[in-house]
Design a protein around this ligand. Structure first.
Ligand SMILES: Nc1nc2c(ncn2[C@@H]2O[C@H](COP(=O)(O)OP(=O)(O)OP(=O)(O)O)[C@@H](O)[C@H]2O)c(=O)[nH]1
Length: 684
C-alpha cells in the first residue's frame, strides 16, 4: 500500500473542490472531457440535487493513477448542515487537501473542517484556488492560515504574471517558472528557468526562507544547513524529503496555488499529494490493524456482531463503479450485499482477529504516541471502533407520502437513505400516526425530499420545520397500573408497578428490594423483554411537546401477568404505566444548544456580543486571533439563531465568519419554556 494515497478534499462551500477534482480526473486520463460545475455535468457531484444547486452534498470517492501512485480521493460536502458527512469521510483517509478560495482566504467552514482534520490528526496541504481572479490575494491567504488556523504554512509556490497577463506559478523549491498551455485545457505546461536577475534574487530569498522555516521543525535538514553553512547548497531532494516528514508529522502545511477553472496548477497539486501526504502504512498508528484483504464472497463480522457476506466489491469512480474481486489494506472500495452494516462500522473475519488487532493497536499507540496515557480508555474506542459520533437531531418535521399506498415504499426508501446518512432520524409517531424526520437543518430535510423524488420517484410533503426539544422529569414518581380486558374471549390482565427517577446513565433497572425480589426473580425473561420495550418506547414522546424524555430511569418494582395474556398487551400496559407516571411527575423542556465560533475584527466584537446577549447566548471566551481579530466562543439556544448568519453579516458588514455545531441540550427558564411550548403547539 506504499503506492496508495487515501486523501480527502475539504473546503468552504464554493471554494472550488469539485472543479479541482474534475481537473485531476481529466489530467489523470480518467475522464475524456472537462466537466464544468456551472454546466452541471461533473462526475463527483452526481446527485441531481447537487447538480441543481451546484453544491456537493454526499461524499463521493474517485480513484486515479498519478505518476505510479494510486490516489483515492474523497470529495466532501461544504455546507454547514453536512459536517457529519465530512466527519465520516475523515475516518477513511490518511491526508487532506484543503482548498481555499484565493479571493476569500480562510472562511467559516474552512475553520470547521480544519478542526475536524485536527481531531483526526490528519496531515494536510493547502491549495489556494481562484488565483486567476484579479481580487485574489495570495498573501492574505497565508496570513489567514497563520492567524485563523494557527497553521505553519510553507509556500512551495508563489503567483507569477506571464507575459500575456495570465496566471503563472513560481516554484520556490526549484526556482523555475511554470506556464500552463491554454489550447489543450492545461494538459501541458512549460518549465522555464528565470531570466531576470531581480526575479531570481527574490525567489532565492523565498527559497532560503522556506529552508529556514523547515529546518526549524526538521532536525535532519537543520543538520545539513549547519554542516554546509549555506542555504544555497541544500538540494531540492533534501527539501522535499524534509517537507514530507514535517507534513506527515503535522508540523507544517505545504501551500500550492492555481486556478482549477482556468486549468492552471492542478498537476502540481497531484504531484504534491504523492510527495508530501502519507501512505496508509505511514499512518500506522491507525492503520496497522487494518490489514489483510477483502474478497468477493467473504463472510465478515461487523463490530455490532452481525455476520455479513460481501457479494460484490467495486472500485469507485463517483456514480460509476468498476467491479473488482478483492481489495487490499489501504484501499477505498464500495461493497454490495451488506444488510446491516452502516457507515463507520468495523469489519473483521472473526472475534479472535478483532481481539488481536485491538491488542496490536494499543501496542502501536504506546510505542508511537506518548501522548496517550493508559487511563485514556477511550482512545481504543475512539480509534478502533471507528463509529463516528452521531449528533442528536436538532430539527424535526413530519413527512407524508403522496398516497397511503406509497407509505411502505417511502419507509423502505428512508431506511436506505438512513444507512448512507446516520444523522437522519426516522420515527413513527403513534399518537399522530405520522412519520417524523429528524435532522441537522432545513437544507438537510430538503435534500432528503428531493432524493426521495429523484431516486425513488416518491413525491413526499414535508411539514413545517420544528425545533427538537427534549424533556426530563421534574420529580420522581411511582405508580401502579392494573389493566384487564377480554380480547376475543380470552382474559388479559397485567398489574404493574413502575417508578421514574432522575438518572443519566441507566434507562431501565429492577428494584430488587426484599419486598420485590421474589416477584422479579420469578419473572420470565420474555415478559421482562416486552415490558422493557413497552416502557422505554413510551419515553420517546414526552407529555409537554412530544419531545424525547431523557435523563430519566424506569425502575420496575413489581409485575403480575395473568395466564394467557398476550405479549402485546404486556407491552401496551407498560407503556401506559410510563405515560401515567410522566403526567404525574411532570416534565421540563430541554432545548438544543449550538456551540459557535465567531471570528471578527476587534472593533466589531462589542456589537456582536451585544446582539448575542439578546439571544440568550452564553459567551464562553473571547480571545485574540492574530493582531486584528478576536475569536468569540459562545453557546446559544438554537431557537434564537434562525437567520443568524445573515444577521452577523449585517452587524459586521460582512467582516465576521462563523461556524456552529450542536453541543447538547440544556434547561430553560419558566418564561422561555412557556413560550417554546406555545410555539410547539402552534399557538404563537
Ligand atoms: N475564477 C475561478 N472560478 C472558479 C475556480 N474554481 C472554481 N470556480 C468557480 O467557483 C464555483 C464553485 O466551484 P465548485 O468546484 O463547485 O466548488 P465546491 O467547493 O465544489 O463547492 P461545493 O461543492 O458547493 O462545496 C463554480 O462556479 C466554479 O466555476 C477558479 O479557479 N477560478
Amino acid at each position: 500500500s506504499d503506492d496508495i494515497r487515501n486523501i480527502g478534499i475539504l473546503a468552504h462551500i464554493d471554494a472550488g473542490k469539485t472543479t479541482t477534482t474534475e481537473r485531476m480526473l481529466y489530467y489523470a486520463g480518467k475522464t475524456r472531457s472537462l466537466g464544468e460545475v456551472h454546466r452541471g455535468n461533473t462526475v463527483t457531484d452526481y446527485l441531481t440535487q447537487e447538480r441543481e444547486r451546484g453544491i456537493t452534498i454526499c461524499s463521493s470517492a474517485v480513484t486515479f493513477a498519478w505518476n505510479g501512485k494510486r490516489i483515492n480521493l474523497l470529495d466532501t460536502p461544504g455546507h454547514i448542515d453536512f459536517t457529519m458527512e465530512v466527519e465520516q469521510s475523515l475516518y477513511a483517509v490518511d491526508g487532506v487537501i484543503v482548498v481555499l478560495d484565493g479571493t476569500a482566504g480562510v472562511e467559516a467552514q474552512t475553520v470547521t473542517v480544519w478542526t475536524q482534520a485536527d481531531n483526526h490528526r490528519l496531515p494536510r496541504l493547502v491549495f489556494v484556488n481562484k488565483m486567476d481572479r484579479s481580487d485574489a490575494i495570495f498573501d492574505k491567504c497565508i496570513d489567514d492560515l497563520k492567524a485563523k488556523l494557527d497553521a505553519k504554512p510553507i509556500c512551495t509556490q508563489l503567483p507569477a504574471k506571464n507575459v500575456d497577463g495570465q496566471l503563472g506559478i513560481y516554484d520556490v523549491i526549484t526556482l523555475e517558472q511554470l506556464t500552463w498551455q491554454q489550447n489543450d485545457f492545461g494538459r501541458t505546461y512549460s518549465i522555464n528557468k528565470l531570466e531576470s536577475s531581480s526575479e531570481i534574487r527574490e525567489l532565492r530569498e523565498k527559497r532560503n526562507e522556506l529552508i529556514d522555516q523547515l529546518s526549524g521543525v526538521d532536525d535532519e535538514l537543520a543538520e545539513v544547513v549547519i554542516s554546509t553553512e549555506s542555504f544555497d547548497k541544500v538540494s531540492n531532494e533534501l527539501i522535499v524529503q524534509a517537507l514530507r516528514r514535517a507534513t506527515c508529522q503535522q508540523k507544517v502545511v505545504p501551500v500550492l496555488l492555481g486556478s482549477a477553472y482556468k486549468n492552471i496548477g492542478i498537476q502540481r497539486v497531484m504531484d504534491a499529494v504523492n510527495a508530501y501526504l502519507p501512505t496508509p502504512n505511514e499512518r500506522n498508528q491507525i492503520y496497522n490493524c487494518f490489514g489483510g484483504e477483502l474478497k468477493r464472497g467473504m463472510r465478515v463480522l461487523s463490530s455490532r456482531g452481525q455476520a455479513e457476506v460481501i457479494s460484490k466489491i467495486y472500485e469507485p469512480l463517483a456514480d460509476e463503479y468498476r467491479e473488482v474481486s478483492s481489495v487490499r489494506a489501504g484501499d477505498v472500495a464500495i461493497c454490495a450485499g451488506l444488510k446491516s452494516t452502516v457507515t463507520g462500522d468495523l469489519l473483521t473475519t472473526s472475534h479472535t482477529s478483532l481481539k488481536n488487532a485491538q491488542k496490536r493497536l494499543i501496542q502501536s499507540l504506546d510505542a508511537t504516541s506518548p501522548q496517550y496515557d493508559e487511563d485514556e480508555v477511550d482512545v481504543n474506542q475512539e480509534l478502533f471502533s471507528i463509529e463516528p459520533k452521531i449528533p442528536d437531531a436538532v430539527y424535526f418535521c413530519s413527512i407524508e407520502p403522496p398516497s397511503l399506498s406509497t407509505q411502505t415504499a417511502m419507509e423502505q426508501a428512508l431506511k436506505q437513505l438512513q444507512r448512507e446518512d446516520p444523522s437522519l432520524r426516522v420515527n413513527y409517531d403513534t399518537v399522530t400516526g405520522q412519520t417524523v424526520l429528524g435532522g441537522m437543518g432545513e437544507l438537510h430535510m430538503e435534500i432528503i425530499k428531493s432524493r426521495l423524488l429523484s431516486e425513488y420517484k416518491i413525491d413526499v410533503d414535508l411539514g413545517p420545520l420544528q425545533i427538537a426539544y427534549k424533556e426530563a422529569i421534574e420529580t420522581p414518581a411511582i405508580t401502579t397500573l392494573s389493566v384487564e380486558k377480554d380480547i376475543a374471549g380470552s382474559k388479559q390482565n397485567v398489574n404493574i408497578t413502575l417508578q421514574l427517577t432522575n438518572n443519566q446513565t441507566e434507562l431501565f433497572s429492577l428494584d430488587k428490594s426484599p419486598e420485590n425480589v421474589q416477584n422479579l426473580n420469578a419473572l420470565r425473561p420474555r415478559v421482562l423483554q416486552v415490558l422493557r420495550k413497552g416502557a422505554i418506547g413510551a419515553l420517546e414522546r414526552g407529555p409537554r411537546v412530544g419531545g424525547q424524555v431523557v435523563d430519566t430511569q424506569i425502575r420496575l418494582h413489581n409485575v403480575t401477568v395473568g395466564r394467557g395474556t398476550a405479549d402485546s398487551f404486556v407491552m401496551a400496559a407498560a407503556a401506559q404505566c410510563v405515560q401515567k407516571l410522566l403526567s404525574k411527575s411532570g416534565t421540563r423542556l430541554l432545548e438544543p444548544i449550538m456551540a459557535m465560533q465567531i471570528v471578527a475584527p476587534n472593533e466589531r466584537v462589542s456589537g456582536i456580543i451585544a446582539d448575542l446577549s439578546r439571544r440568550r447566548a452564553l459567551i464562553k471566551d473571547v480571545m485574540p486571533k492574530g493582531d486584528r481579530n478576536k475569536l468569540i466562543l459562545v453557546n446559544a439556544p438554537l431557537a434564537e439563531l434562525s437567520g443568524y448568519s445573515s444577521a452577523l453579516r449585517t452587524i459586521s458588514s460582512g467582516t465576521a465568519s462563523m461556524t456552529m455545531q450542536p453541543c447538547g441540550f440544556s434547561e430553560m427558564n419558566a418564561a422561555d419554556e412557556t413560550l417554546a411550548v406555545r410555539r410547539a403547539q402552534g399557538l404563537d
